[in-house]
Design a binder for this molecule. Structure first.
Ligand SMILES: *Cc1c(COP(=O)(O)O)cnc(C)c1O
Length: 236
């Protein structure tokens, strides 16, 4: 299957899941998770109509940006970002989806101030409470949203989550539902520096469920590009 055929199939699955849930398919974005795929593959996905690209590693982002790989669509950062690398990402991407600690949030705010810009971000929530994952705990969400006013150089646009890897189908529904409730609750109130319109959840294996639960952005890698070749990891 070509990248174009894969994107077409995903679009029709997205549409079906949206209609099943009584949602307008036009309100759900397809973010291509481009890690370990080269500029040519990224361009092919963009030609096939993905809405944006999400990159995981700073080095790959910088390389593909130098190759003008993302031309025509917004680019997001979706991987764990070390605070000592914020300079390479702030102001260079449209959205940082993976803000997973207060320290990182502070570093992004400082760097955005230095550049004189406002950086759009999502808060990454460790919704499965996994020790192996970074991200804010559920009980940290509201205190942090209340405090966003003290980060004037960022704008919080929503929430992102990567639920636990799950074998049985439908196993992530409870996490997606929880995320949707947080999203709705934040949207119901007004907070400084908060303009929430993005709930980023759902990947190759579970995006129809995520859409049925209210996701506004799915991040899909394997189903677009095929299995990642981990042997190539250090060449990209
Ligand atoms: C790789 C990745 C994805 C996509 O995963 P697939 O299972 O290949 O669709 C989504 N989100 C993040 C943060 C990723 O790192």
């Amino acid at each position: 299957m070509s990248i174009a055929q894969n994107v077409a199939r995903i679009r029709s699955e997205m549409e079906r899941a949206a209609r099943e849930a009584g949602r307008d398919p036009g309100t759900i974005q397809l973010c291509a998770a481009t890690k370990m795929n080269d500029a040519a593959a990224v361009r092919e996905a963009i030609r096939a109509g993905v809405d944006c690209c999400g990159e995981n590693r700073v080095q790959e982002l910088t390389k593909k940006q130098s190759e003008d790989a993302y031309r025509g669509v917004p680019v997001h950062f979706i991987g764990h970002l070390q605070t000592n690398k914020v300079r390479q990402v702030v102001g260079k991407v449209d959205l940082i989806q993976s803000v997973d600690s207060l320290r990182l949030l502070e570093a992004i705010d400082r760097e955005a101030a230095r550049q004189g810009i406002r950086q759009d971000i999502l808060l990454e929530i460790n919704i499965g409470q996994e020790a192996s994952k970074t991200g804010f705990r559920e009980e940290e969400i509201f205190p942090l949203v209340e405090k966003m006013g003290s980060f004037p150089n960022v704008c919080m646009r929503g929430l992102m989550a990567i639920p636990p890897i799950c074998q049985e189908s439908g196993g992530n529904l409870k996490f997606f539902q929880k995320m949707f409730h947080f999203y709705v609750d934040i949207r119901a109130k007004k907070y400084d520096n908060v303009k929430v319109d993005c709930l980023s959840m759902g990947m190759s294996e579970d995006y129809p469920d995520a859409i049925r639960c209210g996701s506004t952005m799915i991040r899909v890698g394997t189903a677009i590009f095929g299995a990642r070749d981990y042997a190539k990891l250090h060449q990209v």
